[in-house]
Unconditional design. Structure first.
Length: 314
């Protein structure tokens, strides 16, 4: 409970959809979230203008609105709300002065963090990591990212880049191009997009080509040997990477979220085997748990970040 009266407009800007909800500031709860298509290929300026229209529309019908908390794709400067850098998934998003634009449009306080940072903060505060002194959050979906939340605070890094865990080297990805344009990163074999490309690169001429992780999952579930092998090797590699992180930052718990966590028992078993193979003894028995908040985690995190920046106690 925060004691704050009113609502926060919380927004999660992803490459596919923009989710939002009116969140009760007194207990950080919302009845349901809504979403619209991001239309990222239309470009960052178009997305920003539609966001301004959204917050104006919501604000005009809600006199109890305290402000706006946003979780956004891209590298975010949390002090200014500027999108420092971004991938080509949303052309022109980098450099967007999103905080200033939304603030000028509404006259309300606006606080913005990266979407995966917000996801980790949400899980650490209200989800699978609640009560833990430190949480290593790893989100494994189309890409791989995460956050280290220690003492309820996000480690942003000096360049706001902390949490790009998908860009840790793994030898199985040496010749594969990552979404960032470099080679050798674990995201190129362990994310939903990466594992799809990895299978297609390894398949024989008689094997079907798959378009996405869901098609690959269906193929693996049907008993296709290479598809099953790719899933287990990918998960083992991710487990090794998580162990490397745990050895380095020594968290209390690891929370794993995202669409790849729905890949079945064999995926989880391989991930835990990979972790066990590389974890040092002091963290060998550390819990690795499934996230609880799913796609709503960034909305919770955006609300927590807003309240803390406004000096409101949780």
């Amino acid at each position: 409970m925060t004691g704050a009266k009113g609502e926060i407009l919380t927004i999660d800007i992803g490459g596919t959809k923009i989710g939002w909800a009116l969140t009760d500031a007194s207990n950080i709860a919302f009845e349901s979230s809504q979403s619209v298509q991001t239309n990222a290929r239309a470009g960052g300026p178009d997305v920003a203008l539609r966001l301004v229209e959204l917050v104006r529309e919501v604000g005009s019908t809600n006199s109890s609105l305290l402000g706006i908390g946003i979780a956004s794709a891209g590298v975010v400067n949390p002090a200014t709300g500027q999108i420092v850098s971004a991938t080509d998934t949303m052309p022109g998003w980098a450099g967007t002065e999103l905080g200033a634009m939304i603030g000028e449009a509404t006259g309300l306080p606006v606080h913005i963090v990266n979407d995966v940072h917000a996801h980790g903060l949400g899980e650490a505060t209200f989800g699978a990591g609640r009560g833990a002194p430190s949480v290593l959050s790893v989100a494994v979906g189309t890409g791989i990212g995460g956050a280290l939340v220690r003492g309820s605070q996000i480690d942003f890094g000096d360049h706001f880049l902390a949490g790009h865990y998908g860009h840790i080297h793994h030898h199985l990805a040496n010749d594969l191009v990552c979404s960032c344009g470099r080679t050798g990163h674990v995201e190129a074999i362990a994310s939903g997009h990466g594992i799809t490309n990895w299978f297609n690169a390894r398949r024989a001429s008689e094997d079907p080509e798959v378009a996405n992780g869901k098609e690959l999952q269906d193929l693996a579930d049907s008993g296709h040997e290479l598809a099953r092998t790719v899933f287990t090797e990918s998960a083992f590699a991710l487990g090794e990477t998580i162990a490397t992180l745990a050895n380095s930052v020594d968290p209390s718990v690891v929370v794993v979220s995202g669409s790849m966590t729905r890949s079945g028992d064999a995926w989880w078993a391989a991930l835990r085997e990979g972790y066990a193979a590389r974890a040092m003894n002091p963290v060998a028995d550390m819990p690795i748990v499934l996230g609880e908040l799913d796609s709503e985690a960034p909305l919770y995190g955006a609300a927590v970040n807003f309240l803390r920046n406004e000096g409101m106690e949780l």
